[in-house]
Design a protein around this ligand. Structure first.
Ligand code: MG
Length: 350
């Protein structure tokens, strides 16, 4: 570790994981609860209440398919959903640099309102600070969220119990996965990161790619209603590669995925090839990976595909005890390890 914080420490990969363990958890990891900080899951839970806090530093603030406002609502709500929570309220913290145009602020607040209203989750508290010019770039916002147990979570867990002896988990944790569980991805990966890249200064390529930022309330409800889900996680910073490695490590299983089953748009694949990026490491803001008991994987997949945000969902692999890491069978039939990314190939995407 260096003696100062670097960009890589916030990039969602291996460097951020060890930074969090060595610094944040060393001081704050003593807390208990149903899902304590030390489990480093998508949200925390205590006394039946789900809590999530997320800050947004995306650059630029407006991008194809969304803006910092819609992104913040989607990101926070999705993290509450991922552990089996139902989001019920949001808290908005705005830190604005002096000189920021009211017209842009208006657009962002409208976008927060529209996105939150669509899923019926109101902003019920917040805070606004203004800092002098130069103290930060434009605007940073924090979106925290509150949730309760999802109304279909207990039904979903009961279904798992029918098939899995001794299963006694109360939430959809990263550590719940067992060999044989199937891994579903709910749609095309990489769109969000490439959409942001396409509008960054100095980058210019022809690609009509929009961010996928969206709250996944309907899709998650469909999956839980069917039942059999053991874990859910959104592949944000660090992408699918980081997500699967976190699952593998926390659940103590290997995960095997099949390259030909992973939905990636040709346009995203082309940009990745051109710039030397790995689509598995790109961030997404409207996708979930869902681990399901093998007996019900096809049924859950079918249920997800009924939702517009899950119509391109695929089963991309399964947990296995054949390995203790993440491995991918390539389109040509070879095998390659999928390590967690060190940092993020495209910083400031969320
Ligand atoms: Mg997450």
């Amino acid at each position: 570790m260096t003696d100062v914080v670097k960009m890589v420490h916030g990039a969602g990969g291996q460097a951020m994981q060890s930074f969090i363990k060595e610094y944040i958890l060393r001081h704050l990891g003593w807390g208990t609860g149903e899902i304590p900080l030390s489990s480093l899951d998508d949200s925390g839970a205590i006394d039946g209440v789900v809590l999530k806090s997320d800050s947004y530093t995306v650059k630029p603030l407006f991008f194809p398919g969304g803006d910092i406002g819609s992104l913040a609502v989607a990101g926070t709500i999705n993290d509450i959903l991922m552990i089996g929570g139902r989001p019920i309220a949001l808290a908005l913290g705005l830190i604005i640099e002096e000189g920021f145009p009211f017209s842009d602020l208006d657009r962002i607040l409208k976008s927060i309102s529209n996105t939150a209203m669509k899923v019926g989750v109101p902003v019920i508290t917040g805070d606004t600070k203004v800092v002098e010019k130069g103290a930060l770039e434009n605007l940073v916002l924090n979106m925290s969220g509150l949730g309760v147990r999802h109304p279909y979570l207990d039904h979903n867990l009961e279904v798992v119990k029918k098939y899995r002896d001794g299963f006694d988990e109360k939430w959809l944790l990263d550590s719940n996965i067992k060999p044989g569980d199937k891994i579903i991805i709910t749609g095309y990966i990489g769109d969000h990161a490439i959409a942001l890249l396409s509008v960054r200064e100095g980058v210019n390529f022809e690609a009509d790619i929009k961010s996928d930022a969206a709250p996944l309330n309907g899709l998650v409800e469909a999956a839980l209603k069917m039942g059999g889900v053991v874990a859910m996680k959104d592949p944000t910073r660090g992408g699918l590669a980081n997500l699967l490695n976190e699952w593998s490590e926390k659940s103590g299983v290997g995960i095997k995925i099949y390259e030909e089953c992973i939905p990636i748009r040709d346009s995203v694949r082309n940009v990745c090839e051109y710039l030397g990026l790995d689509p598995l490491e790109l961030g997404n803001e409207g996708k979930a990976a869902i681990a399901v008991i093998p007996e019900l994987a096809d049924k859950v997949l079918e249920a997800i595909r009924q939702n517009p945000l899950g119509k391109d969902a695929e089963i991309i692999g399964e947990a296995t005890d054949e390995y203790d890491f993440v491995i991918m069978e390539t389109v040509i039939g070879g095998l390659r390890a999928v390590p967690p990314p060190i940092g993020d190939p495209i910083p400031r995407i969320c």
